[in-house]
Design a protein around this ligand. Structure first.
Ligand SMILES: Cc1cc2nc3c(=O)[nH]c(=O)nc-3n(C[C@H](O)[C@H](O)[C@H](O)COP(=O)(O)OP(=O)(O)OC[C@H]3O[C@@H](n4cnc5c(N)ncnc54)[C@H](O)[C@@H]3O)c2cc1C
Length: 106
């Protein structure tokens, strides 16, 4: 994305986390000139994006990118929580009403 000069920016987005980045992408898609700033000097070093939450996918659907994201990703029917190589709890995603996010049953 070309970097607009200060004079031509329509929106200044404070925060380059997922919320700020998606907002900036959406505004740019609408034709807005956006600048993103973040108080952190560099990207984070720990993973925060192992899984896409169902609620996030609902927002992606509003943006028209949910099907593409799901197609490129891996689908999980459940998750195991463990500690020190021992499984403590297994959760399965339960089906909910059509169109809403599935909820975990543990
Ligand atoms: C260990 C860990 C693992 C996670 N794993 C997942 C996962 O697998 N899947 C998932 O969906 N979610 C996961 N999450 C949750 C996910 O990281 C958060 O839901 C998401 O980061 C929230 O995004 P955000 O943009 O609202 O906030 P943040 O990611 O917190 O981003 C806010 C940004 O704004 C900046 N900022 C703050 N104040 C200012 C200011 N005054 N001026 C300028 N910049 C500012 C911050 O530096 C930061 O970069 C995980 C979280 C953690 C901690």
């Amino acid at each position: 994305m070309p970097r607009p000069s200060r004079k031509t920016v329509d929106v200044l987005v404070a925060g380059a986390g997922p919320s700020g980045l998606v907002l900036a992408l959406w505004l740019a898609r609408q034709g807005g000139k956006v600048r993103i700033v973040d108080k952190a000097a560099e990207p984070g070093t720990t993973s925060r994006a192992l899984a896409v939450q169902a609620r996030t996918l609902e927002f992606y659907r509003q943006l028209g990118i949910a099907d593409e994201v799901a197609r490129r990703g891996l689908k999980f029917a459940g998750v195991n929580f463990g500690f020190a190589a021992r499984r403590r709890r297994a959760c399965r995603w339960a089906r909910s009403a059509k169109g809403s996010a599935p909820s975990p049953t543990c």
